[in-house]
Design a protein around this ligand. Structure first.
Ligand code: OFO
Length: 168
């Protein structure tokens, strides 16, 4: 029902979403360790969302009778010097995922696989939403300019992330 090429790209995406989930879970662990409760909630929520993304692609592949291979997932980065580093890394990560999703859309369209193209459109919208969200978080962090600080500004940022996590 879907070509080998599309099936391989989707399979790669399943594993990439697992990795993304682990990246955010590791960020959550980092935040917990720093006593940043809001950031921990925010990244935990996001880690679960990535799991849902994985599930969506997994189900689509199952519906199409495409074989799924769950690969060994690389270790997620765990060394961050500051919350700003974490936020910047998250934003960069989302941009990387967007590029992967767009590549699936392009390949599906070019090979006239409109079913997969239609399926992946949801992810294009989702990636837009995530880049907007992480861009907003980065903008707020830059506005507060808390790099290197442990005080009030960091707490304001942490509360902001807690509020975002609660909205999701
Ligand atoms: Fe963060 O959207 Fe999936 O990977």
């Amino acid at each position: 029902m879907i070509s080998l090429k599309i099936s391989e790209l989707l399979n790669k995406q399943v594993n990439a979403e697992f990795y993304a989930s682990n990246v955010y879970l590791q960020m959550c662990a980092w935040a917990e360790d720093q006593g940043l409760e809001g950031a921990a909630d925010f990244f935990r929520t996001h880690s679960l969302e990535e799991r849902e993304h994985m599930d969506k692609i997994f189900n689509y592949m199952a519906e199409c009778g495409a074989p799924v291979t769950i690969e060994a997932i690389p270790k997620a980065p765990r060394e961050y010097s500051h919350l700003m580093d974490v936020i910047e890394a998250a934003f960069e990560h989302e941009k990387h995922v967007t590029a992967m999703i767009k590549n699936i859309a392009k390949t599906a369209f070019e090979s006239e696989d409109y079913t997969t193209f239609n399926f992946i459109e949801w992810f294009i919208a989702e990636q837009h939403e995530e880049e907007v969200l992480f861009g907003k978080v980065l903008g707020r962090a830059e506005m507060l300019d808390f790099t290197g600080e442990k005080g009030q500004k960091l707490m304001i940022m942490d509360n902001y992330l807690k509020q975002l996590a609660a909205e999701h």
